[in-house]
Design a protein around this ligand. Structure first.
Ligand SMILES: [Zn+2]
Length: 163
């Protein structure tokens, strides 16, 4: 993905509350390897629940605040992230929900999806045995990941606008 600035990040969230925006924890942009990112995802270090996903859709930066479900999936089973489609131990995948309302709204509704617990799909699809992370495979998974996250944030954005 193209590099983003702190200013762009502060303005891109479609479903954040005022309080969430005021308290937005910014990720370490200087350490980010942008060429190996489909989206920027981070968890709030002060909150066990809040997380943020941001990506470019053309020239528009779009961000969605997500809340991780308390408790995790049952340890010992496998689970699949709905964005990168990686199958992982259930403790590394979590149900996240996105509030479907803008700054001052509260519709009480949300949509949920399973995402890698650390919101680090870009890292996950580039990690593994060498025969599974060839350039071709990573490129195909990268494209699919970007398509899925674009659909997810698009759903949140449309529902939020309609609220
Ligand atoms: Zn994932």
């Amino acid at each position: 993905m193209r590099e983003v600035t702190e200013g762009e990040l502060r303005e891109c969230f479609v479903n954040a509350t005022r309080r969430e925006l005021e308290q937005l924890p910014l990720p370490g942009l200087h350490e980010t390897i942008w060429a190996e990112r489909e989206y920027l995802g981070w968890r709030d270090p002060r909150s066990s629940r809040l997380g943020y996903v941001v990506h470019w859709r053309g020239d528009a930066l779009i961000g969605v605040v997500v809340r991780g479900a308390p408790g995790g999936l049952r340890p010992g089973i496998a689970a699949m992230c709905s964005l990168c489609h990686s199958t992982q131990p259930a403790t590394q995948v979590r149900m996240f929900s996105a509030r479907l309302a803008g700054l001052d709204g509260d519709t009480g509704s949300s949509i949920g999806t399973y995402i890698c617990d650390a919101l680090d799909c870009s890292h996950i699809i580039r990690t593994g045995p060498p025969h599974l992370v060839t350039a071709d495979r990573v490129a195909a998974r990268s494209e699919a990941l970007l398509g899925r996250i674009t659909r997810f944030t698009g759903r949140v954005e449309r529902a939020t606008r309609g609220s």
